[in-house]
Design a protein around this ligand. Structure first.
Ligand code: ATP
Length: 362
């Protein structure tokens, strides 16, 4: 498989004037199912947005609303401030200047690579269309497969054809639905990096759906975190990771040790220590969410007493299960450096309070 890098560095994707894409109180129901509820946010011109959330939370529906494949039940969608879906207007998909890449790529099986890439250019004369498609295919490293049929391509190559087809008409907004999920991990990393580079090159505003938090953090300028049809948080990766809006948002980004406690004298008191109460009222029940990487082991006699139950070597890191008196479940620790303690050893457990998030119970 040829990589994007094999494309000639002189070949660049054509830049576009990106557009802002705004959702204002958007809702979409299918009968009794409220797939999208009251979604409001703006993708700024040229921004790459990661639409992130668990399966069934409404990510694809939101993308379909933006593309015009679906119409909202409530609210409106605006492109550069102009209503494209809503009570006052509906611009059909082909007139939105929006490109789509589907999860299964949706290539036309009876058209070759070139035919697929040029498909969206019916309004250009064929020589111009073919030149634009040729340029896009070379840009994604497929200049040598122009006459291949989709069935003869690898998954990564098919994804590149779909990407080339989407950028050829020079869309101001690109919508991508789980574009990397059908690729194996090694290919996914390469194709993902190159796709983001290509997006930056075209300058198009992009909405990329993913259910993988790490992927969202890698590709997006900002992440829109969704749950049951609603947007629960919008922010860059750092903000969402460090200041998640609630425990569920925190869980989505990191495995957590969750320890119950009660607020006493301004701190959440738990069996593993007292942590800043994060504004919770005195007497409130709360949960300390402790990241596995925030735990360090010391010699016994110092800090919180515990015992190593298990350790598992995973290459770059090692996982430890630690028993602590007063806790039903072991504490999970993730260590990057070598640790001298074996299962059965008594240890002192140190927790970095900066890596502990506190939330109200329930
Ligand atoms: P996944 O990651 O699994 O693709 P998603 O976050 O993209 O999920 P959607 O596909 O947008 O979620 O679906 C949101 C909800 O709307 C789900 O409950 C789904 O069953 C429902 N839904 C979506 N499209 C339709 C439809 N055409 N008719 C009925 N219900 C639908």
């Amino acid at each position: 498989m040829a990589d994007f890098q094999n494309a000639s560095p002189r070949i660049r994707a054509s830049a576009v004037i990106p557009a802002t894409l705004s959702f204002e109180g958007v809702g979409k129901s299918f009968g009794d199912i409220h797939a999208i509820e009251d979604v409001t946010f703006t993708a700024e011109a040229g921004e790459v947005i990661g639409l992130l959330g668990p399966s069934g939370c409404g990510k694809s529906t939101l993308l379909r609303l933006a593309s015009g494949i679906e119409e909202p039940t409530r609210g409106r969608i605006l492109l550069d401030g102009r209503e494209i879906s809503g009570p006052n207007a509906f611009v059909p998909p082909e007139r939105r200047g929006v490109g789509l890449v589907f999860q299964d790529y949706a290539l036309f099986p009876h058209l070759d690579v070139m035919g697929n890439a040029a498909f969206g250019l019916s309004n250009l004369d064929s020589r111009t269309a073919l030149a634009a498609a040729d340029n896009a295919l070379r840009r994604v490293g497929l200049g040598h497969r122009l006459r291949a049929m989709p069935g003869d391509l690898s998954g990564g190559e098919q994804q590149r054809v779909a990407l080339a087809r989407a950028i050829v008409p020079r869309p101001r907004v690109l919508l991508m639905d789980e574009p990397f999920s059908n690729l194996d991990k090694r290919m996914r990393d390469t194709v993902r990096e190159e796709t983001v580079a290509l997006l930056r090159e075209t300058g198009a505003t992009a909405l990329i759906v993913t259910h993988d938090p790490e992927e969202a953090m890698r590709i997006a300028d900002r992440i829109v975190l969704m749950r049951t049809g609603r947007v629960v948080q919008v922010g860059d990766a750092r903000a969402i990771y460090h200041q998640p809006v609630d425990l569920e948002a925190a869980r989505f980004f990191c495995d957590l040790n969750e320890v119950q406690g009660i607020v006493r004298n301004g701190g959440l008191t738990t069996p593993v220590g007292t942590f800043p109460a994060n504004g919770l009222a005195e007497g409130c029940l709360g949960i300390a969410a402790i990241r596995p990487q925030s735990i360090r082991l010391r010699a016994p006699g110092f800090c919180l007493p515990g015992r190593v139950l298990e350790r598992r070597f995973l290459g770059e890191l090692e996982l430890f299960d630690l028993a602590v008196q007063g806790l039903d479940a072991p504490l999970r620790m993730r260590a990057r450096e070598s640790v001298p303690f074996q299962p059965g050893a008594d240890v002192g457990i140190e927790i970095d309070p900066r890596e502990v998030l506190v939330f109200a119970t329930g």
